[in-house]
Design a protein around this ligand. Sequence first.
Ligand code: GGG
Length: 360
Amino acid sequence: MTAPRMFRIAAIPADGVGKEVVAAGRAVLDALAEGSAGAFAFEWEEFPWGCEFYERTGRMIDDDGLDRLKDFDAIYFGAVGWPTVPDHISLWGLRLKICQNFDQWANVRPVQFLPGITSPLRKADDTELDWVVVRENSEGEYAGLGGRNLSGRGPGGEVAVQSALFTEVGCERIMRFAFDLARTRARRKVSSVTKSNAQQYGMVLWDDVFKRVAADYPDVETESVLVDAMSAKFVLHPEDLSVVVASNLNADILSDLGSALAGSLGLAASANLNPKRRFPSMFEPVHGSAPDIAGQGLANPIGAVGSAALMLEHFGLPDQAARLHKAIEATTAAGILTRDVGGSASTEDVTKALIDGLNA
Ligand code: GGG
């Protein structure tokens, strides 16, 4: 008998419901491996980083944390943020630190409509809708450039600057990623989103690069849409979307809108990819730590389990990813739903249904 393919995964549940949904995702993945007849297995190491760790140590992650993560096959992340720690400290101290250190410049956020879940779009054929938001994940509005109290005037007169950084290399690589992704989809279309009428430097560069890259993909339909118009399009004409590529901030906002339109933020999965695979990629639900429901067994584990499916695709196990998707669809179709999508099932109930669904 040959040894199983072993995947080493660093689990970072971090804060709030992140702990519950990472536990759920791990249970589902372990059940999948158990049923693989020894074909593959997961070796987990869990790290305690997050806001509680910050309160004890003054750091969101150990000083050697990034070094300890670098040799894992993937990072499975929960959610970051807790009311006792300022959000910019927790986000920059952990999630953004990992994304930037491991050059995870492509954030893939599919918007998926599941059976049995009512969407505010209220289309009879909701399950036919699906599009992907591709988020530039390394620069743009989240480049961390700027400063406070630049005037030196003190209280009441303070001035702050927050700059966005757009590089030709950064724009081009995320656009090529989006076009290559579009070529794998039934509808070969890329919609580029900016606010280049009002933001006349970085976003005009983005538009120029988009036109240049598009010329290399004549088989892919394209459009350039302002972010305000794209928000309306998400609601009014979602059937016209396939791949939507946008800057860090615009895509962050649009992907939340997309998942809310699909029924709940709790459903949305994401992959922070280092496409060249020099460093580990990170998989996490789109949702945050949800302090209002944390620790009550109310969190929806589907976003985290969908993220696990993206991780399996990244590992080159598309059939196993498809099994997770089938289990998700069977669970929602059977009406086993958490409160955010109109049900009364607990995180544990849904996790059990997902595990049962693997073998259905
Ligand atoms: N699991 C995603 C998460 O923890 N999000 C918290 C957050 O505030 N994210 C901002 C971002 O996605 O840049």
